[in-house]
Write a protein that binds this ligand. Sequence first.
Ligand SMILES: [Zn+2]
Ligand SMILES: [Zn+2]
Length: 228
Amino acid sequence: MTRRYDLQVHTNASPCSSTSPERVATAAVDAELDGIAVTDHDTVANVEVVRETAPDTLDVISAVEVTTTEGHLLALDVSEPPPQADPLTVIEHIHDQGGVAVVSHPFDTLRQYYETDLAALANAVDGVEAINSRCVRRRFNERATAFATAYDLPTTGGSDAHFPMEVGRAHTVVEGDGTLADAIRDGRVRPSGRGRYLSGHIATKLHEAHTLSSRAIAALTSDQPLRR
Ligand SMILES: [Zn+2]
Ligand SMILES: [Zn+2]
């Protein structure tokens, strides 16, 4: 038996996404996924709403994309957001909660990435996100794959969706039954789908421009000064 999980999906609890939790659940069903990890930046605020909206057939994993002092880190199957600390401290918090730690787009130098102490990092994490659909350059995902191979770490995939049309573009194929967390720990996972979509980034820029212009319009039509 195999299942398909998109292990990185954002909702409007992330500043860079305007997708409602309800819309995320619908998009996951439309993409025929078996599960998703709701990975908002440093919060679990929308996990319960996604779970309540989604059909019982969709496994909704409570998760966080943690801003560490280096790169981003997926905390999967956690109920509390870990602190925004150094990667090893964050991983310890995730493990204390019984969760699984996966480095997210670890070598995407156009975003947050990891550069120091890679051996210590490899020793501590449970997995590596080897396909992230928002990596603009192919070599960012290739380097993540090489890192995982070098340290014999399980690999996952996620769309990093900030908009509904992105959900499922990359995902994780899970072999066998049981929980997703156990499948990652046992190495019964592999990434699938596409990296390098540009349309998501373009949509993000439009979203930012829209937010800014809405504020400008609000400022022009009221006596309040424009704040950024
Ligand atoms: Zn990220
Ligand atoms: Zn993300």
